[in-house]
Design a protein around this ligand. Structure first.
Ligand SMILES: C[S@@+](CC[C@H](N)C(=O)[O-])C[C@H]1O[C@@H](n2cnc3c(N)ncnc32)[C@H](O)[C@@H]1O
Length: 267
C-alpha cells in the first residue's frame, strides 16, 4: 500500500501496533471508488477512515464494533465528515440478518476474537460478501511473542508449577495460525486465497515497563496472569521474568493477513 502524504484520513503514524497490521491489510485489500465495505472490529476507526476516503462519496462503508464507547468516539472524531461512513454498534459474531452484502469485508486485528468457533464465525461473515467480493482480515498468528511464552514456561518449570504450565500450553495452542486461516478459507470454497505473515518487532524496557507495556499487558500478558489461580504467585513469576528481558529479546509478533475472494456467480 502506498501512504499518500495528501490523505486527509491517513493511518496514525504514532500507533506501533494497529497501524502496521492495517498496512498489511491495506496491502492486500483491493479498494476503488464507489465500492461498499464492511469493516468489522473497527475500534477507533483503523482503517475505516482510511478506507472511506478511498471509496469516496459514491461508495459506502459500514464500520462496526461491539464496544459502544469505541463507536461513540469514532462518531465524535468523524463529526460531519465522510457521510458515506457509518459507525454501528454490533457483534461481528452475530451479525443482524438485515445487514446487506458488501463488495469487501475488512477486519484489522479481528480474527483472534472469533473464538471459540472461528470457522463458524468466518462462515457466517462471508455470507455478507457479494459474489466476486473480497475479505481481508488480520491477526497476530501462532508464533507471536513465543520468546515470552517460552521464558514464562521456563520459570514455571523451575518452580514446579504443573497446573499453570498446562494452562499456558492450552492458551498457546489455542491461538489461530496462518495454516488454520488458509484451511478454513479453502473449506468455505473461497477463491484466490492468500495468507501471508510478516514479523513485527515490539520494543520494551525490562521490569515495570515490560509488565505494564500498553500493548503487551492488555493484549497478551494478562493471558499469562490468567494461567494462575494465585495472583500473588503470578506477580512473583512475572516479575522474575520481566527482570530477565534481555534473555528473550527480540519480542516478535507475526502479522498475519488472510485474503480471499467469493467466487463470482456462475464461475
Ligand atoms: C484490537 S482492536 C482492533 C481495532 C481496530 N480495527 C484497530 O486496528 O485498531 C479489536 C476490536 O475488536 C472489538 N471486538 C471484540 N469482539 C468483538 C465482537 N464480537 N464484535 C465486534 N467487535 C468486537 C473490540 O471492541 C476492539 O475494539
Amino acid at each position: 500500500m502506498e501512504q499518500h502524504s495528501n490523505l486527509t484520513w491517513p493511518l496514525p503514524k504514532d500507533d506501533y501496533w494497529s497501524t502496521p497490521f492495517a498496512e498489511t491489510l491495506l496491502h492486500r485489500l483491493d479498494l476503488s471508488p464507489g465500492i461498499s465495505v464492511l469493516d468489522i472490529a473497527c475500534g477507533s476507526g483503523i482503517p475505516a477512515f482510511y478506507i472511506a476516503e478511498q471509496v469516496g462519496p459514491s461508495g459506502q462503508v459500514v464500520a462496526l464494533d461491539i464496544n459502544i464507547r469505541q463507536i461513540t468516539r469514532c462518531r465524535a472524531f468523524q463529526r460531519n465528515h465522510l457521510p458515506w461512513l457509518q459507525f454501528k454498534c454490533a457483534d461481528m459474531k452475530n451479525l443482524p440478518e438485515t445487514l446487506p452484502q458488501f463488495d469487501r469485508i475488512s477486519g484489522n486485528l479481528s480474527f483472534m476474537f472469533f473464538r471459540p468457533d472461528r470457522f463458524d464465525v468466518l462462515k457466517q461473515l462471508v455470507t455478507h460478501l457479494k459474489p466476486g467480493g473480497q475479505i481481508v482480515l488480520t491477526f497476530p498468528s501462532l508464533g507471536t511473542f513465543d520468546s515470552i511464552w517460552n521464558r514464562i514456561d521456563q520459570e514455571m518449570t523451575a518452580r514446579d508449577l504443573t497446573k499453570e504450565r498446562a494452562a499456558l500450553a492450552e492458551y498457546i495452542a489455542e491461538r489461530p495460525s496462518a495454516q488454520d486461516a488458509r484451511e478454513w478459507l479453502d473449506a468455505l470454497g473461497m477463491a484466490k486465497i492468500e495468507v501471508t505473515e510478516w514479523p513485527l518487532e515490539i520494543e520494551s524496557g525490562s521490569g515495570y515497563e515490560f509488565l505494564h507495556h500498553p500493548l503487551l499487558r492488555g493484549g497478551f500478558l494478562d493471558d499469562a496472569y490468567e494461567c494462575f489461580e494465585n495472583q500473588r504467585l503470578a506477580e512473583d513469576v512475572m516479575t522474575t521474568v520481566s527482570g530477565d528481558l534481555s534473555s528473550f529479546l527480540p519480542l516478535v509478533a507475526q502479522r498475519c493477513a488472510m485474503s480471499a475472494w467469493m467466487p463470482s456467480t456462475g464461475s
